[in-house]
Every structure is written in structure tokens, then in C-alpha cells.
Design a protein around this ligand. Sequence first.
Ligand code: AMP
Length: 494
Amino acid sequence: MCGFVGIYGNEDVAPQVYDSLIALQHRGQDAAGICSYDSHTFHLKKGMGLVRDIFHEGNMVRLKGQMGIGHVRYPTIGGYGIEDAQPFISHSPFGIAMAHNGNVFNSWELKEDLFKNDHCLVGSSCDVEVILNLFRSALLKQKIKNKLTFENMCKAAKSVFERAKGAYTVVGIIAGHGMIAFRDPHAIRPGIIGIRRGGMKDEYIIASEKIALDILGFEVLRDLAPGEFIHIDVEHELHSKIVMKRSYSPCIFEYVYLARPDSVIDKISVYNARLRMGKKLGKRIKKLNWDIDVVIPVPDSSRPAAVGVSDVLKIKYREGLVKNRYIGRTFIMPGQAIRQKSIHYKLNPIEYEIKGRNVLLVDDSIVRGNTSEKIVKMLRKTGAKKIYFASAAPELRNPCLYGIDMPERESFIANQLTVEQIREKINVDGLIYQTMEDLRDCVVPYNKKMTPCGACMDGKYVTGDIDEDVLAQADNLRSCGGMGAQQSDQMKLI
Ligand code: AMP
């Protein structure tokens, strides 16, 4: 769960990279970084925490150059220190900087392999450093004598695709050669490219989500295709090639939870997909004859779904929970205890909308069940008569090895309890989950070319290389504190 951006403009781009990172902040709050390139050298600034806390006039002025890449981090692999913050730079060959969103689940093996066979030490536990070194090593193996060509770069990207298992969209700069980007052969993580015409030369942006384009006035060119490699050369000319295509399987959980509702991913509006999720739920709730007075979303990501439910049921939608947006770093701390305390800290009920009413709460998903349990408790204390709960996502059961932070299998409440038992545990009068079929129906008909990945719900890992051993390894890593374990304790309450 990270966000990235790359901008190739006509003047210093770091301020625009900063603005895009602010727009992508929801994708990661743990660390952030910007690397610019001014035709001579890279300028890098990384820090822990929120974008607004890391960058200021003093450090932005030195981020010179018409090319810049930026990153916001929410670790799914690696540690939590500054050494794992992105972007990463390698000074030879040429000088390459990279940032990504995704997860390379064989990165530990690759690190060993890179050391043994490619004589290259990966210093951090961040998987983009592995990708960077795979790419660089593939360039070195080509023994490039004169100019680095587009074909050389495509070969290097192909080698990354062959070796790095998982999902990743990558943006980078190659000194003296321009900007590059590539999306994994299953297109699991998002990546969109935009153009701004009318200046001295065409300017380009490549980002995790469309909002980064919107705020800077870039027009959408298209989403990156599965296995596509893109190069924008020093003349601002765009070159592209599908290096290796396997399937077109964007992550369905982006639509459920992660992306901003005003983004459009792979031609599908996130807002509309969420609205449809609500409508599907609404149709099924209608048949249950629940006695509901008011539909209330758990802010923020479930709002459009709650609107959809309310439209179908013709029962009023009300804001009954107010989220404190200014908690920032205080909330992003490891440890279950802090997270539990923070539920009250972060969400506060509006008594007027709740007291004496039968409430239907709509949330995007239930993972461990802690959030729903706490919210229900809070609403009961506030005087709700009956409480029903609807989840816009089906039961989550499987770790995501493609870049969404999820706990080990035994921590998913749906792996421990039946729906009826979950209803009892979270103490609601009725509980409904979306069905997988309905969820797919909210997305697939709107871009028929894709077969989205929903492995966290249905266990069908689209890359076809995840077996019980890999899953057991992921569970192990997670329970001994690797791969985002602390982070899942801090799960965002939205
Ligand atoms: P839980 O208490 O574990 O059931 O968390 C459920 C809440 O976490 C829901 O309100 C979701 O909006 C949110 N959520 C869902 N997936 C994630 C994730 N991968 N990381 C952080 N928060 C999440």
C-alpha cells in the first residue's frame, strides 16, 4: 500500500511531485521521499511520517530538475526505518532512481541471488531496491558499449518480470536517458500516465492514481498495460512496449478500500464501483426485512457504498460518526493497545443521529473484526436501539502478497468464525457481507477486458505461483514481525 509519482516537466518539478504526494497520502503515511534529477545529478530527500511534515521550503529548494519521482510508503514488506523509505538510487550504470507500489514476495530469495550471482548487495529490506538491482544487473549483463537503447531497457524490464514474483508498478529515472515506468505482467497494482501539452515540450506524469493528474492539470493518456515498459526520452518522446503480458488482473480491493473515490482505475470510477457495491448490498438487505431507521457509513471509504444502500432501501443516509482528520502520527504507532485506544480517539458518534434509532452501519470491509466491534460498542453506548452491519466486501480470509497490507491467515476473523458467530462477536442484530459474485459484478462489466484479482477474498492468486509454502512463509514472516506486521495493528480506521 504505497503511492508513487513521476513527473517529467519543462521546469523544476519537485513542487508538483510534492503536490501529487499530498494527493496520494492516503496510500501511505509511514514515510515519503522525492528524488529529482537536474541533468547532472540526483537530489534526494526522504523522511518518516507525512509528506507535509517531511518537506519544507528549506529542503525543497535543493530538489532541482525537470524530472522527479516521489513516493509515500505504507510497508507491506521490509522494516519501518528511514533506510526502507523510497525512492532508491543506484549510481552505476548510468545512475538509476526508482520508486514503486507493490510487493515482491520472493524478495528475500532475490536478495541472496543478487548477492551470490550478480555480486550486488541490497542494503535495505525494501523490495524496490531489489527491483532496482535486478534492472541494473540486467543492464550490466548486456555489456552496453555506447548508448543505452530502448531495447536494452525493455530487456532489463523483462528480466525483472521474469525474476520478481508479485505485483508492482515502478517509476524511475535513468540519468542522461529520461524517465521510465513499468507495470507487472498481470497489472495488479495501478499505474496511469498523463500528458500536459502547450508548454515548450509535452510534459508527462505517471502515478498510482488519477487524482495526481487532476490536481496538476494533466490530461489522462491511459493506464499502463500489463507488462508494459514506458520510456520518456530526453526529447520528451514517449516510447512504449508490452514486454510480457500474462493477464489483466487489477486488484479489486483498490475499488473497495484503498483508492480515493475520485480516482478512476483501469477506466473504472472508484466512486461508481463503491456506489454499485452499496446497491448490490441494498438489494439483498431488502429481502431480510431488517427494521432500519437510518443508514450510517463508517467514514471515509464506505461512504459511497452507504449512499448506494440508502438509495435502494429508500432509507435516509446520515453521517453518524465523525472522524478526526488531524490525528496524524499519533495514530500511526505500532501496537494493538494504541490502536484500540485510538478507535474512540479517531471516531466520535453524533448522538442525535443514533440515540433511539435502528442503525444500519456500512463499512468497506471487516478484517480482524476489531474495528466493527469497537464501533458497535460505541453506538450501543450512544443509545442505538438495533444495530445492523453491512460489509461492502465479502469475507476477507487470505493475505495479499501483491501489496495490500493484510494480516496472517489466522488473524482474519472470517477464518475463525462463521458469519453468525461474527455477528454475535461484534454484537449486531444482523450482519451481511457482499458476495464475491456481486463484488465482481460491480467492476468487471465496466471494463470487460479485465479479470480482477480478489485473492484476499476468494484465494485465487492470479499469478499462479503462490502455493501453501509461500502462504505459510508469509504467515510466518507476519507473525514474527516482518512484512508489515506492526502496520496491520495500526490499520486505518477508515
Ligand atoms: P478490522 O478491525 O481489522 O476488522 O479492520 C477493519 C477496518 O480496517 C475497516 O474499517 C477497513 O476500512 C479497514 N481496512 C481494510 N483493509 C485494510 C488494510 N489493508 N489496511 C488498513 N486498514 C484496512
